[in-house]
Structure formats: structure tokens, C-alpha cells
Design a binder for this molecule. Structure first.
Ligand SMILES: [Zn+2]
Length: 254
């Protein structure tokens, strides 16, 4: 299986729309960060995680030519607002795209993007909503991917953590419940929220992300959802070897 981190930036990305690069060196292309989303490929099954506002460019840049399923982590705009960009995949496959999300996210998406789910005014529905389960599989012909999920705290809401084989993707969180740490044993890759230096009410900061990494002991921890105060080279040089900053287009084999 191939896993691509399509976007590694915080909700505003780096640079911001105002041209602000914060503490990030603008000459380093690894500091150019689009909003968090990811992609998983196993054989012919193509799975997208979240539809960021940058999704069209992310899909084109990474030469992704199909999407069969979409997993959503939560309903915030930086994870969902690119949802209507999925239309050409519906046209291509002539089939509604199955999306998976927790109940709150699904209700929120169906309210905001009702035309995607119900169609109307001459347009066809392009998406089919499914609730995530603790364990479920995505299937296409003879190919199958098993996905495990659990909830984590993300400020005043819950976001969904996904485990695929030996990889865990937890892009938006400020707290993992004690009861769930055993699910993160023996990982090859832990991809975890690491927003900024200072603490934040709905994200891990650098110190907290390092502590989680030390506790989980994945072979490699990859910090994502990076804000403009965390420069790529600074992180690369100051972190222990088994912890690295994510960058857009980072490919992991699992
Ligand atoms: Zn969020």
C-alpha cells in the first residue's frame, strides 16, 4: 500500500493567503504547505482522507487519477470544503462515491452540501454517506483494505483517527483517550497533529506531539498540521531521528 501526505499545513497553510510565511524559510519548498489531507492506494483501490480547500491541486500534483472512497476525520472547513471537487470522479465512474464519517460530521456535511448527497434542480447526487465503524473494509473487485477507527478529542468536537495496517493518521487532536493507546502499539508510522510551539485548545503543540511520540514508540512519527511558526529545517535538525516533519507529497510505503 502506498500512503501520500497530500497536505501538511494548518488551516491557513503556509504561506497564508496574505503572503505571510511566519518563521518558515520561503526558499525551502518543504515549507510550502497546503491544508491537511492524505491519499491511500492499494492495487486499484484509491482512498482519499479529507477534502481540503487545496484538494484539486493536491490530486493533480500527485497524479492521482481516481477516487473510490473518502474518509473524513471531522467537519472543519480545512478538511471538508473541497468536497464538491469530487464531481469529476462521479462523472468518470458513473457511480456515487462512498464517503465515511462520524455521525456529527455526516450530519454537518449533509446540511452544508445537501446537493452532493441529494441532488436536485437537475443535478444528480454524487456522494453516498456511511457512518464509520470501529473496523470496516473498503472493497473493489478482489482488492480489500481494512480500516480501524477511534475518536480523539479535537477541542469541542471529536475527530476520527484512522489506522490502516501499521500506520495511524491523527491529523487533528488535542487529546487521545487513555483507553485507546493500546491501539497504537507496534506502528511503523504515526502521523500526528503538531500545530505550533504554543499550546492550543484543539491541537497538540510541539512539546505534546513529542510526548505522544515517545509514549507510542512508532518506528517513525511524522508531525503534520504544521503552522507557519514551525520551519521544516528547524524541526528536522532539532527532533530525534525517529520524529520528522511532514511535507506535501511525502510518500510512505505500508
Ligand atoms: Zn479541525
Amino acid at each position: 500500500m502506498k500512503f501520500i501526505i497530500l497536505g501538511s499545513g494548518s488551516s491557513v497553510g503556509v504561506p497564508w493567503i496574505t503572503g505571510n510565511w511566519g518563521k518558515c524559510n520561503k526558499k525551502n519548498k518543504f515549507n510550502q504547505r497546503s491544508r491537511c489531507s492524505a491519499f491511500l492506494q492499494k492495487g486499484k483501490i484509491s482512498v482519499l482522507i479529507d477534502t481540503s480547500p487545496d484538494i484539486k491541486k493536491q490530486i493533480l500534483d500527485n497524479k492521482i487519477n481516481n477516487i473510490d472512497y473518502v474518509l473524513f476525520t471531522h467537519e472543519h472547513a480545512d478538511q471538508t470544503s473541497g468536497i464538491f471537487e469530487l464531481r469529476p470522479f462521479f462523472w468518470k465512474n458513473k457511480k456515487q462515491i462512498s464517503i465515511y464519517a462520524n455521525k456529527e460530521t455526516l450530519v454537518n456535511l449533509k446540511n452544508k452540501y445537501d446537493y452532493c448527497f441529494y441532488g436536485g434542480k437537475g443535478y444528480l447526487p454524487i456522494l453516498k454517506g456511511n457512518l464509520v465503524k470501529k473496523k470496516f473494509s473498503l472493497v473493489k473487485k478482489k482488492e480489500k483494505i481494512i480500516i480501524k477507527s477511534f475518536y480523539v478529542n479535537h477541542g469541542e468536537i471529536k475527530s476520527t483517527a484512522y489506522i490502516i495496517g501499521k500506520l495511524a493518521y491523527i491529523s487533528d487532536t488535542n487529546g487521545i483517550f487513555e483507553k485507546d493507546f493500546f491501539k497504537l502499539k507496534n506502528l511503523k508510522y504515526l502521523i500526528i497533529d503538531c500545530l505550533k510551539f504554543n499550546s492550543h485548545q484543539s491541537h497538540f503543540n510541539l512539546e505534546q506531539a513529542i510526548n505522544i511520540s515517545r509514549r507510542v514508540k512508532a518506528k517513525k512519527t511524522i508531525f503534520t498540521n504544521l503552522h507557519s511558526d514551525l520551519d521544516y529545517n528547524f524541526l528536522k535538525k532539532s527532533l530525534p531521528r525517529n520524529m520528522v516533519p511532514a511535507y506535501d507529497g511525502m510518500i510512505l510505503n505500508i
